[in-house]
Design a protein around this ligand. Structure first.
Ligand SMILES: NC(=O)c1ccc[n+]([C@@H]2O[C@H](COP(=O)([O-])OP(=O)(O)OC[C@H]3O[C@@H](n4cnc5c(N)ncnc54)[C@H](OP(=O)(O)O)[C@@H]3O)[C@@H](O)[C@H]2O)c1
Length: 352
């Protein structure tokens, strides 16, 4: 019997998750809004399916009544998370999602009291954004309990050509809110294109630039560290481009009709390209915590490619929640701890 639902099952990431879930002996109820695509996907695995869209609360609740947990993989989550979270609270269904959007993380944390009252857990970001970085933030905090600053660096070794339509649409949503860092415990606007610095990845130093990664929300809850900057390694030319275009990008993307047009175009361009996405390669995460008096702790984590990691991690997160039945809104590492990533194939952690 299925005791959990995968919503967004026929999307690029949903398909990878389905494959991993089946490999681990699960029979999730596959769900999404397009019956034709859903049926074709479910039949491949001989799994049950439920087609419903997210603008009818009664429909969502009716289907959630059948399961203990939903893993929400349809996005941008900015639009799809609110109705699902609401229905989860009503039907007492555990909620996990794949967001990378800060506003979604923050909204999920706001549900803490309601989630506890309902006896369910709500965890946003159970994919590449933010499980590996959250576990690493937890790891360096354990080594340096009085840390006051945290830097998180990502080297994904690839650009936008490796991203699915859903991811690119979500990136537009993220950028429309401008760039952010956490300063003195508060999310603080910083200029896109600012905070360029070299970070010591294991093979070589790489140039990085600050981006609004989910850890600005989650690592703050996981570690309590009040100053957090999240950065990505990019080529020098891309960094230059961001420095030039950065100041005008977010204001332009905040114009909703323009953003919608770009999202539509992304959907058209990416329609037939799903099979071209890379599954190979690795990513590397560098995390450094520092104290006010200059002491520091650092660590590195090598992971499989981001979509592959996402599928591996989120199915294990589902297993953890179903086994432990926690309650409240929390970050991934608040549930699973620093070492969770060490049990994921292809992950290796290194000390400073
Ligand atoms: N945090 C992470 O590390 C991580 C990793 C991978 C993916 N993601 C996120 O997961 C989401 C899906 O990514 P993907 O790679 O699967 O993209 P994708 O291949 O473009 O698929 C998007 C999926 O979302 C569904 N969807 C979009 N809007 C919807 C709505 N309003 N109601 C119901 N379903 C809706 C789509 O259904 P239709 O085809 O019917 O439109 C499709 O199933 C994105 O938001 C992406 O950013 C996050």
């Amino acid at each position: 019997m299925s005791n959990w639902m995968l919503y967004g099952a026929y999307g690029y990431t949903g398909k990878l998750i389905t494959e991993e879930a089946v490999k681990r002996g699960h029979q999730p109820l596959l769900a999404g809004r397009n019956e034709e695509k859903l049926k074709a996907h479910a039949n491949q695995y001989n799994l049950p399916y439920a087609a419903f869209n997210l603008n009818d609360p009664i429909e969502i609740e009716k289907h959630l009544e059948q399961v203990d947990l939903v893993l929400h993989a349809a996005g941008p989550l900015t639009f799809t998370a609110p109705p699902m979270r609401k229905a989860c609270l009503k039907t007492q269904t555990h909620y996990l999602d794949l967001t990378g959007e800060i506003s979604v993380f923050e909204d999920t944390f706001q549900q803490d009291v309601l989630a506890k009252q309902a006896g369910i857990v709500m965890i946003s970001g159970v994919g590449y954004d933010v499980v590996p970085t959250d576990c690493m933030a937890c790891y360096v905090k354990q080594q340096l309990p009085d840390a006051t600053s945290l830097e998180v660096g990502l080297n994904t070794g690839g650009g936008s050509m490796r991203a699915s339509a859903g991811t690119l649409k979500s990136v537009l949503e993220i950028l429309s809110n401008g760039n952010l860092a956490r300063r003195d415990g508060r999310l603080t606007a910083i200029r896109l294109g600012s905070h360029v610095k070299t970070m010591p990845f294991r093979k070589k130093d790489l140039l990085t630039i600050a981006i609004p990664w989910g850890d600005l929300s989650t690592a703050y809850r996981t570690t309590g560290i009040p100053n957090i900057t999240t950065c990505i390694a990019l080529s020098r030319s891309l960094i230059r481009l961001l420095q030039v275009a950065g100041p005008i990008g977010p204001p332009l993307l905040s114009i909703t009709p323009l953003r919608r047009l770009l999202q539509f175009l992304i959907g058209q361009v990416r329609k037939d390209k799903k099979s071209n996405l890379a599954h190979k390669g690795q990513t590397e995460i560098y995390v450094r915590a520092t104290t006010d008096d200059g002491r520091s702790a650092e660590g590195w984590l090598v992971t499989p490619e981001a979509y592959v990691f996402t599928a591996l991690a989120c199915v294990r997160m589902v297993e953890k929640v179903l086994a432990e039945k926690p309650s409240g809104a929390m970050s991934p590492a608040q549930l699973v701890g620093a070492d969770f990533v060490l049990d994921i194939e292809g992950c290796q952690r290194f000390n400073g």
